[in-house]
Design a protein around this ligand. Structure first.
Ligand SMILES: NC(=O)c1ccc[n+]([C@@H]2O[C@H](COP(=O)([O-])OP(=O)(O)OC[C@H]3O[C@@H](n4cnc5c(N)ncnc54)[C@H](OP(=O)(O)O)[C@@H]3O)[C@@H](O)[C@H]2O)c1
Ligand SMILES: *[C@@H]1O[C@H](CO)[C@@H](O)[C@H](O)[C@H]1NC(C)=O
Ligand SMILES: *[C@@H]1O[C@H](CO)[C@@H](O)[C@H](O)[C@H]1NC(C)=O
Ligand SMILES: *[C@@H]1O[C@H](CO)[C@@H](O)[C@H](O)[C@H]1NC(C)=O
Length: 320
């Protein structure tokens, strides 16, 4: 009986493996639009897809990003300037893409651009801190998607959204988790709306990887800036010790969790774009698979207990 079950499991894995190794034909005719290509995953993905033969439209936030990417890639790759928070910029990019792709339509858009700051306990923040992040991470994703959706429907193509494990579980304050939960909701309903048109929607939920998003210096600068502007009363509630412990535990956590192999994420993105049967959800990173996703399925009292145990406490804390 045991062997029988084991056999069935093996057959299922082989079936899935065979199904997932198939790739779409005619890469050289397929246009892929990637946002946030200045650095991190987006930059690596643009170069990787270019090597594979896709026609990449790489949207960069900075001119420097465009110049550097051009130097490293073939002339199949086109760079464009894009600020996802500026609707005019999004429209302009969509118009350029429409002329580029012509009758074939756009094969895929990868919504990768994102920011991670300002992040801090909610009571440290002001509404504008939320607005600026939601503008990039959530409204930017929606605006870019809508701007090219007609072209994607034409190609029966794909929308690939980069959310995060923090779109599944929400252990720290600020708009980051809020924005990523929003991306997940957008992804889910878009999948249903687009299914009749033959458009597939995939979601990538990476764990911790070594990019500017997880750069310790940048995180520290962000927290320091927010701390400095707090009223003295709040500083007294939290106590200077809070910051010290926060930084120590961050150093430790980052050391344990951060993976420098960005290719793990980029391979998932590439699969979502080029596989005949893409998965609907990818969770690259061992921390995503072994910590964050299992936690996200647990009852709230367990996850709350876990996070409270491992996070620094304000000086006036009434918790034991
Ligand atoms: N690294 C991780 O551990 C991790 C984990 C889960 C999810 N993610 C997500 O992965 C995505 C990519 O991030 P990354 O880790 O590769 O970090 P990254 O290197 O900072 O990449 C983000 C990119 O977005 C660009 N960008 C920022 N604001 C923009 C705007 N208004 N319009 C257009 N582009 C803008 C950035 O440009 P500049 O460099 O010029 O600012 C940068 O190129 C993000 O959505 C992030 O939330 C990352
Ligand atoms: C971080 O961002 C800066 C510009 O903001 C860029 O020059 C640098 O290459 C990025 N670092 C990484 C590791 O992507
Ligand atoms: C994103 O959409 C896919 C279908 O395209 C769905 O299966 C998946 O659950 C969604 N991702 C998340 C994490 O909501
Ligand atoms: C983190 O950011 C700082 C400041 O921009 C930069 O000097 C440093 O090289 C970055 N570190 C990594 C690992 O990208």
């Amino acid at each position: 009986m045991f062997l029988y079950v084991l056999g069935l499991v093996a057959v299922w894995f082989i079936y899935r493996w065979l199904k997932e190794t198939q790739r779409v034909p005619n890469k050289e005719d397929k246009y892929v639009y990637v946002t946030g290509c200045d650095s991190g995953f987006g930059n690596l993905l643009a170069r990787h897809l270019d090597k594979l033969g896709f026609r990449v439209v790489a949207a960069c936030y900075t001119e420097k990003g465009e110049d550097e990417l051009k130097k490293m890639t073939s002339d199949r790759l086109t760079t464009i300037h894009l600020d996802v928070t500026d609707s005019e910029s999004v429209k302009k990019a969509a118009a350029v893409i429409e002329t580029l792709v012509g009758q074939k339509g756009l094969w895929a858009v990868v919504n990768n651009a994102g920011v991670a700051f300002p992040s801090a306990p909610h009571d440290w923040l002001k509404i504008d801190d939320y607005k600026s992040m939601l503008a990039v991470n959530l409204l930017g994703v929606i605006d870019v998607t809508l701007s090219v959706l007609p072209l994607i429907k034409k190609a029966k193509g794909r929308v690939v959204n980069v959310a995060s494990v923090f779109g599944r579980i929400s252990p720290f304050g600020g708009a980051y988790c809020v924005s990523k939960y929003g991306v997940e909701a957008f992804n889910d309903s878009l999948r249903l709306n687009m299914a009749p048109f033959g458009v597939k929607v995939c979601c990538i939920e990476p764990g911790f990887f070594k990019t500017n998003v997880t750069n310790k210096t940048l995180v520290k600068n962000n927290v320091n800036e927010l701390w400095d502007r707090l009223p003295q009363e709040m500083k007294d509630d939290y106590g200077e010790e809070y910051l010290k412990i926060f930084y120590e535990s961050m150093d430790q956590r980052f050391k344990q969790l951060i993976d420098a192999d960005l290719m793990k994420v980029v391979s998932c993105m590439e699969h979502a774009i080029s596989a005949v049967h893409p998965r609907t959800r990818y969770s690259p990173g061992w921390d995503a698979k072994t910590i964050w996703l299992p936690l996200s399925y647990m009852p709230t009292w367990i996850t709350d207990g876990f996070f409270l145990k491992y996070s620094p406490k304000p000086k006036v804390s009434t918790l034991k």
